[in-house]
Design a protein around this ligand. Structure first.
Ligand SMILES: Cc1cc2nc3c(=O)[nH]c(=O)nc-3n(C[C@H](O)[C@H](O)[C@H](O)COP(=O)(O)OP(=O)(O)OC[C@H]3O[C@@H](n4cnc5c(N)ncnc54)[C@H](O)[C@@H]3O)c2cc1C
Length: 413
């Protein structure tokens, strides 16, 4: 039998230190759980803009998670509020506007650059005594016993805890090891992501323009170091052959295409930095749990980014799991018990399925140019626009304040 040094025994082991895994690790460590987090990527690279040029729309509920992970204060200077959301249908005028005045003057959320969230998470992880980050490092194998689970690292080190959490993304090794299959499909679309500078201020407006190729979103960012107005673009296109993809337009053609898609109030728009592309697909794990193991965020559910809710849903997983772990410790109950794992799964699976169905439906509804669908879309949007409770429902969804909220997020509504 292996002998463990005390430093290799933890309350929780998290595999995957992306935005979800490292947020959970910081949050649990702040709650005095001794936590290990293993990530295959090199933190030095993961903090650069070249690693992931995306921004994330952080909802009020997710802000609570980042606060509980002790990084929200560091992010405030980089977080641009969303005060208004304009929904457009191709080149037609704005169909629907969500204004913060309709929700007690609270903004809908914030846009933050992913690399800055990562940087804040790593910085906090380094300062936190209860948290040990193994990166770059990977897990080679697991072994599950009656009292504990073990993660065997590539460097030969063996970590032990009553619970292992897989947060290792949509191609999760942990999920595969657990023998859990997934259901899903490719959208045959890719999202091109880039940042732009523009002549006029964005006035904290987010644009979602539903075009035949897929949504074209403009998200308001904080100004750059030179004080230039900035926004982030998520441009969805059908997965086309490489040569005709906007990813490979030369800068002049790309800028002209951007200017044609941006509403006039932005003035002149210009690409800044590199373009990134992400293939889009839906993937849902049939199960989130196995003995002494659980999956969170994209390891459990990956969805279309049309509503900017993928990570926000992952943060709801994190908040629920944290609630259950805190309660189990208070009651002196095993942190990896079957009862705890089943409570987690039943609380999270339906909620995630609802959002996956909604994003899938939105993509289909707005991506179709069939005449009947076009009319249904128009009538549907008009109905939402003219019916206050429906509008409130959509706004609460955007803020992450809808549905049954975990205790940790209770006052996010
Ligand atoms: C274009 C686009 C825009 C989006 N915009 C939004 C938005 O506005 N709002 C929102 O809420 N969501 C958004 N999303 C979704 C969001 O980006 C994802 O939900 C989120 O990044 C998933 O985080 P994660 O930590 O689960 O997975 P990942 O970010 O994939 O992290 C997984 C981590 O696990 C590590 N790992 C992988 N394998 C191993 C292994 N074997 N051992 C150890 N470590 C491993 C990786 O290095 C990585 O750090 C968007 C997605 C796309 C594609």
């Amino acid at each position: 039998m292996a002998v463990f040094e005390k430093r290799d025994i933890f309350d929780i082991i998290i595999v995957g230190g992306g935005l979800a895994g490292l947020s959970l690790a910081n949050l649990l460590a702040a709650q005095n759980f001794s936590t290990a987090c293993v990530d295959i990527s090199d933190p030095k690279l993961a903090m650069t803009t070249g690693f992931d040029g995306r921004t994330t729309a952080i909802s009020w509920a997710s802000r609570k998670v980042l606060d509980a992970a002790n990084i929200w204060n560091d992010l405030i200077p980089h977080a641009n509020p969303i005060d208004e959301i304009q929904i457009m249908d191709g080149d037609s005028p704005t169909l629907l506007t969500f204004d913060k005045e309709e929700v007690d003057n609270r903004n809908f959320g914030w846009i933050i650059e992913n690399h800055l969230i990562r940087k804040a998470l790593y910085t906090q992880a380094r300062k936190t005594e209860n948290l040990t980050l193994f990166a770059p490092e990977s897990v080679q194998d697991f072994s599950i016993g009656k009292q504990h689970a073990k993660a065997i690292l590539k460097n030969g080190r063996v970590l032990q805890a009553p619970l292992i959490i897989g947060a290792d993304g949509r191609n999760s090794f942990t999920r595969e090891w657990m023998g859990i299959s997934t259901r899903g499909w490719s959208y045959k679309q890719q999202a091109i992501v880039c940042n732009v500078v523009h002549e006029n201020p964005h006035n904290n407006i987010a644009i979602e323009n539903f075009r035949e190729q897929g949504p074209f979103a403009v998200l308001p960012m904080t100004n750059d170091e030179q004080g230039r107005n900035r926004s982030s673009v998520v441009w969805t296109e059908h997965a086309v052959n490489k040569n005709s993809s906007a990813l490979n337009y030369d800068d002049t053609v790309f800028n002209a295409a951007l200017n044609a898609r941006f509403p006039d109030f932005y003035g002149e728009v210009e690409l800044t930095g590199q373009r990134f592309s992400f293939p889009l697909g839906l993937k849902h794990a049939h199960n989130y749990i196995a003995p002494r193991m659980a999956l969170v965020a994209e390891a459990a559910h990956a969805m279309h980014p049309i509503a900017g809710q993928g990570l926000n849903m992952g943060f709801r997983d994190i908040a629920k799991l944290a609630d259950l772990l805190i309660a189990a410790r208070e009651d002196g109950v095993d942190l990896g018990s079957n009862a705890l794992l089943h409570s987690y799964q039943s609380a999270r699976r339906m909620d995630n399925m609802g959002m996956m169905a909604a994003t899938d439906g939105l993509n289909k509804l707005f991506g179709s140019r069939l005449p009947g669908i076009g009319m249904a879309r128009l009538l549907g949007v008009r109905a939402v626009s003219g019916f206050a409770p429906a509008k409130q429902f959509f706004m609460k969804q955007a803020m992450g304040a809808a549905g049954v909220l975990p205790q940790l997020l209770k006052d996010a509504s």
